[in-house]
Design a binder for this molecule. Sequence first.
Ligand code: SF4
Length: 411
Amino acid sequence: MKPRVSVIKVDGADVQAAVRRAVALAGGLDQIIRGDSRVLIKPNLGKPAPSGSGVITDCRVTEAVTKMVLELGARSVVIGEGGIAGYDFPGFSTEEAFRDSGTVDVARRLGVELRNLNRDAFEEVEIEHPYVMDRVRIARTALESDVIISLPVMKTHIRTLITLSLKNMKGVMPGAEKRKSHRLGLDLAIADLNLVVRPSYAVVDGLVGMEGLWQYPQDSRELGLVLAGREAVAVDTVGTWLMGFDPRQIMHLQYIAQREGISADLGQIEVVGEPIAGLRQSFKSGFQVFKERYPEVSILEGESACTGCFNELVSAITYVKEAGFGQTMEGLTIVVGNPQEPATASKTAILGKCAEYLAHLGPYAKGCPPKEDDMIRALCQACAANAEIVMTTRDQMRHRLWESSKAALEH
Ligand code: SF4
């Protein structure tokens, strides 16, 4: 029998009705949740951002799913996430992501525990017949859950092209494991991780997605969709296709499908709900947008380079440019990860602990990942730009984004 995935268009602002319809059509949630079930609901709240921005899972989707789980009488329900870097620091913490997304209010309203998985107890698990990761440390909350419901937001990723319900499981690993997964090969590591913590169900927030580098408000894409299904590979396959990518390009999908003898192919999935032909978009990939937006910057990347540094870097470059110092970045080389020492090193900024051995080549931002302010300072020093003006511009941009998202939610 083909796996079933539902695709539902949101009618007006009634997100709850759309989520309920998507789950009802896809079926199966009532079959996996019983009175003795311990349920982990795992939104994508990798960094602080408001609901509706496309950066994180909209709290209305989390609320709708949590209500349904509570109605099914689960023994315990936790909404859990561990921020993107695997640990928390001011301006980038999981608690701020809970707060800014509105998920704190959802948990309070529903009387459900919100758990920062970066601070959870971790257990090491052996993985049999892995691609690359023979052991991995995982948050105990995830290991002790009978049911994991993955709630990704539909967006692109600079390394894996897309991030949906399977990649969303990275949030249950501590920081060191998150970084290791990048060194081992992120798509292969995601495939291995999903042998240990595979979503039992996936509901995708496709209300507003994000293409490119997920930093500019204009990169958000209004889709007004909710996807649901019991088979995460099938849900991610449909989500990938709706973003305009070919599921054959998504390596972790293909690795999982290959190992399990299944097919990450749209033709092998029963799609119910809306006819999807007219809903397909063409999201730009992270690299496409990076090249279009920052042709003046070269990245010298070693194999240990990971999303921790890249996410911060993209933000920092964005703010330097928005502050009017774009031209000063002409000819700038940015070193991330552990590459070989470049032959020439004029106008170079060195980022992160991995590249510390090259700190003699130019301004260095320490940390793993470096704090955004430190990164901005290093870039500005390398380019002779004014870091204080850049940080003021950043604060203004964030305020504008927050205000417009809040207004949209209230509307
Ligand atoms: S220093 Fe940067 S690239 Fe290296 S592991 Fe840390 S976050 Fe990743």
